[in-house]
Design a protein around this ligand. Sequence first.
Ligand SMILES: [Ca+2]
Ligand SMILES: [Ca+2]
Ligand SMILES: [Ca+2]
Ligand SMILES: [Ca+2]
Length: 315
Amino acid sequence: MKKFKLSVFITASLLFGIMLACKDEEEAPTPNPPTNTPPGGGTTDPVVVTASDTTFNITENSAIGTLIGNIRAAASTEAPLSYSIASQSISGAVSLDASSGKLTVAKAEAFNFEENKTISGQYIATAEGTSDTAQFTINITDVDEVTTAEVTDSLAENSAVGTVIGLVAVTYEGDQPTYAIQSQKPAGAVSINAKGELMVAVSAHFDFETNATIEGMYAATLGAKTESAAFTIHLVDVDEVSVTAKDISGSIDENSAKNTVLGKVDATVSGGTATYKIKSQSVTGAISINDQGELTIADASKFDYETNKTITGEY
Ligand SMILES: [Ca+2]
Ligand SMILES: [Ca+2]
Ligand SMILES: [Ca+2]
Ligand SMILES: [Ca+2]
């Protein structure tokens, strides 16, 4: 009996010991208490928050939500820092994640190098009620921006060298692009000036009957970026009549009959139909001209050698 009782006591002591150990782990005071809550009260060490001025670089035209960078701040406590923006040079341009400190693009149009090269502001870092303020500066870096679109123009055939046909369709930001003709058919027909105007370079190529359309590719270059697009010029037909008339002469026997053909005028007409008439003649009514340009005797009595050895006139 006595032996049994002892055994129970030992078991109970062991259990007690184990329970004590568990209690130690749960309830013992922290070996290194936080600096602002020392055991037993007394003076609290102030939390120190240090926000650092930070500079970022980002290319213009970055989309909403693009990460610009992480704000840099530190605190003398394990407690999490929170962040907020106190001011910024362009309202709403950037947003700052309150817990991660990530600075992101909030207003894409503010990130336009040609309008704003820098966006700056102040942010606040806070931990346990203590804050520090610092500057953020975002340098926006330039991107070459040029786009081209297809153009179609029309121009009267036979237009003179240097005639402006039309302006190419180019949009750009910043400096003026440079322009070039990359290819064209017929070769050499069109040139382009510094303003991006297509011009007649060789007038002979602007012939509706030969090339009703002149087409090719033009390019606009800005910095490292070259964009190209097609151009088409529709020539507008022009009625082109050319008339050349040469002096003629001949001889005929006197007393020839009325309507005798004296000869045909020496004239050529292109681009239309010729009509003929007598403008003047030295012997009124002697000669007439028909639709084929033939001179004929209108009044046989005027063809009398003794009266008129020569009859002259203009047609
Ligand atoms: Ca821009
Ligand atoms: Ca730009
Ligand atoms: Ca022509
Ligand atoms: Ca024509």
